[in-house]
Design a protein around this ligand. Structure first.
Ligand code: BEZ
Ligand code: FE
Length: 250
């Protein structure tokens, strides 16, 4: 937990970093005011997390947080589209609403102890993703509310098996100040197609990660720098195999 003192130091250092910018760019007062106005707009639009995502800062914190965690599956940011309380599904089961016409794929694998490789039964695999048009169910009121979201418990062999659809690449929110910034610095807002996973097991550190089907666009140029090699997985005969290795801990 961050203490008040640590927070005060971090905030002072963050704003203090502006001194280097003023110096390097020989900023005028008008320009400083414009920077502050932009940041105020980012706050007003609730886009500070998005700003950190596209500037690679969220990835930096993710890397630092998990650097010492050993041999477990690589983590990834949670992102803004997670919805707690997704429906429980059978194992094997599906998260595809009948109204969804996407190309079916099956994501399956084993949840295990990262060190021993022993299977973890009764672990919770919470999964969510965009559809074949690149839209999440909580972005578009015309979509079934829980489409492509669900929670499944692993079987006694640690296996999970979830039928879903092939997700499509999509843009991060680009109609606000962060989108304007990206355009101004000549960057695109696209993310490669991915499937989000949150995996919980008693006695293990919760894993938040994303699986990236191999071969799609933007894998080499993710707007939030989220892609990690270990998380890029081939789709073979409509199936994606993704084992999850959890590190021990609270
Ligand atoms: C996502 O993967 O859902 C996401 C992550 C960060 C920013 C925008 C979207
Ligand atoms: Fe996403």
């Amino acid at each position: 937990m961050t203490t008040d003192e640590r927070l005060a130091t971090a905030v002072a250092r963050t704003t203090g970093a502006l001194a280097g910018v003023i110096d390097d760019l020989d900023l005028t007062n008008d320009e400083l005011m414009a920077v502050l106005a932009f940041l105020a707009e980012v706050g007003h639009a609730d886009e500070f997390v998005l700003l950190c995502d596209v500037l690679g800062l969220s990835r930096q914190v993710d890397d630092q947080t998990h650097a010492a965690e050993g041999v477990g599956t690589a983590s990834n940011v949670l992102g803004p589209f997670y919805r707690p309380g997704a429906p429980w599904i059978d194992n094997p089961g599906t998260i595809v609403d009948p109204s969804d016409n996407g190309e079916l794929v099956v994501l399956a694998g084993r949840v295990m102890d990262a060190t021993s490789g022993s299977a973890l039964s009764d672990a919770v695999v919470d999964m969510w993703q965009a559809n074949a048009d690149g839209a999440y169910s909580n972005e578009d009121a015309s979509l079934a509310p829980w489409n492509l979201r669900g929670r499944q418990r692993t079987d006694p062999g640690g296996l999970y098996r979830i039928t879903t659809v092939r997700p499509k690449h999509y843009t991060v929110k680009d109609d606000g100040p962060v989108g304007r910034l990206l355009a101004a610095i000549g960057r695109h807002p696209w993310r490669p197609a991915h499937i989000h996973l949150l995996v919980i097991a008693d006695g293990y550190r919760t894993l938040v990660t994303q699986v990236y089907p191999a071969g799609g666009p933007y894998l080499d140029d993710d707007s939030i720098s989220g892609v990690k090699d270990d998380l890029v997985v081939p789709v073979i005969d409509g199936g994606i195999t993704f084992d999850v290795r959890l590190n021990r801990g609270a």
